[in-house]
Ligand binder design. Structure first.
Ligand SMILES: C[S@@+](CC[C@H](N)C(=O)[O-])C[C@H]1O[C@@H](n2cnc3c(N)ncnc32)[C@H](O)[C@@H]1O
Length: 193
């Protein structure tokens, strides 16, 4: 979380404003630029712990908000959570049972990093592909999807998969991402169904 000199400005701002992590500002930026969430949308957040995206989502929609993570998510008012693996088909069925129609899926999930760059990159792309498949199983036609990815060899496959299922796909680097990180987001709008 901290920079070389201790905690950085974004971290301090998140703490001051009551967000569970600095990641909150990435979703706020994405929403400001791409308008992915509308006021009545039901939204699923994959890889949601500790919950700062859920905090943001709760302010962006009056619809249902549901977070899924391998780790438990501390309770948040007006937010439902599932402790489980996003790649598990049982979890996908549970999401449909809890939300009914899903308008938006966002995914900030990242696998535990090993430090071995190409291995970590391949695993993060694989997780991104799992998230796209998840989204395709639960989204209504016309729905939107956001997923975190990392620059590198396997990324074109993720982009191609997204293009197969959504009418418009863009990539975006948030200003809140730490310097030196290769992280960016794929913004996919208008699910083909
Ligand atoms: C960077 S954190 C997400 C931060 C979150 N967006 C927030 O604002 O608090 C990444 C999360 O992805 C989760 N994750 C990784 N693989 C997962 C999987 N297969 N299923 C569910 N969650 C997963 C991790 O447990 C971790 O909590």
């Amino acid at each position: 979380m901290g920079s070389q000199w201790g905690h950085d400005k974004v971290y301090m701002r998140a703490k001051y404003e009551g967000y569970r992590s600095r990641a909150a500002y990435k979703l706020l930026e994405i929403q400001e630029k791409f308008h992915i969430i509308r006021r009545d949308d039901n939204v699923v957040d994959l890889g949601a712990a500790p919950g700062s995206w859920l905090q943001v989502l709760r302010t962006l929609t009056d619809g249902k908000v549901l977070g899924v993570d391998l780790n438990a998510i501390a309770p948040l008012d007006g937010v439902e959570t599932i402790e489980g693996d996003l790649t598990d088909p049982v979890i996908q069925k549970q999401v449909i049972a809890m939300l009914g129609q899903v308008s938006v899926v966002v995914c900030d999930a990242s696998p535990k990093l090993s430090g071995q760059k190409s291995y970590d990159q391949a695993r993060s792309v694989a997780l991104g592909e799992d998230a796209i498949r998840f989204a395709c199983n639960v989204l209504k036609q016309g729905g939107n999807f956001v997923v975190k990815a990392f620059q590198g060899g396997d990324f074109p496959e993720l982009h191609t998969l997204a293009m197969e299922h959504f009418h418009a796909v863009k990539t975006y680097n948030t200003k809140s991402t730490r310097k030196g990180s290769t992280e960016f987001y794929l913004i996919a709008k208008n699910f083909k169904g």
